[in-house]
Design a protein around this ligand. Structure first.
Ligand SMILES: [Zn+2]
Length: 254
């Protein structure tokens, strides 16, 4: 399995070596960790170098950072970063409300999308309480390589995006989220990947999440779609490996 979205630089992971060891033991082949504050780059680089071939990095910009300073730090970090994608970036209408702030947020999002397109990198998109709007912005910018993470919008909007080739990563919270289960029912497996969003979105409410929990997403998808869990793991791993350009040797038993 590949965990396409986690935050291993989070202070919750003071025991990172153990967390990584448990992930490997649980069958995780790679973790894509995301930073949303360019200031976290030194720590992220350290983790990626230390776990080379297992941890990969995406650089994003927290949608609640609305200052010009953070946007220019993001621009500067882009050129110096060993990244496999841009993200998470996007819209957050849960925390950011009111026209002027939402306009700034959208302007930042558009700049991040353009950066991804010009660098030829895939995008990992956050769209809390802004699913449809985020998709509209992506369409209008002509974004093609897109992963919508922990999508909380309407399943119909997700299906329309999947038909355009967009991917959706299903978080471990799918075990208790009716909205995520509905998303899984409607989307084809070919449009899905697996994520934990560690340390949040745990399969057990209130607990710290970690990449070793990824199998909970795979099992729930298999149960909903009435297919073998191996099929879920195979398809989502191939999707993730191609999307991020991560070279993986998958076992032939699949
Ligand atoms: Zn996240």
């Amino acid at each position: 399995m590949i965990d396409v979205h986690a935050h291993l630089t989070d202070p919750a992971f003071s025991d990172l070596p153990e967390v990584i060891a448990r992930a490997k033991a649980a069958g995780v082949l790679a973790v894509v960790t995301s930073i949303t504050d360019p200031a976290d780059m030194p720590r992220a680089k350290e983790i990626v170098e230390h776990h080379s071939g297992f941890v990969y990095l995406t650089l994003g910009l927290d949608p609640t950072f609305l200052s010009e300073e953070k946007l220019s730090e993001f621009r500067a970090a882009l050129n110096a970063a060993p990244i496999v994608g841009i993200g998470e970036v996007g819209l957050d209408h849960f925390y950011v409300r009111g026209a002027p702030l939402m306009e700034t947020q959208e302007r930042h999002f558009r700049e991040c999308i353009r950066a991804a397109i010009s660098l030829g990198k895939p995008l990992v998109v956050h769209s809390r309480s802004a699913g449809r709007k985020a998709l509209e912005v992506l369409y209008s910018e002509g974004a093609e390589r897109v992963l919508m993470h922990a999508f909380d919008g309407k399943s119909g909007d997700a299906l329309a995006a999947a038909k355009k080739g967009y991917f959706f990563s299903i978080p471990t919270s799918v075990v208790h989220s009716d909205q995520k289960q509905k998303l899984v029912r409607l989307l084809p497996l070919e449009s899905m990947m697996l994520e934990t969003d560690s340390p949040v979105l745990s399969p057990v409410r209130g607990e710290r999440n970690e990449p070793a929990n990824l199998v909970h997403s795979a099992r729930k998808i298999a149960e909903i779609k009435r297919i073998q869990v191996e099929k879920v793991i195979e398809t989502t791993s191939v999707n993730a490996s191609r999307f991020f350009g991560i070279d993986m040797k998958f076992t032939s038993s699949w």
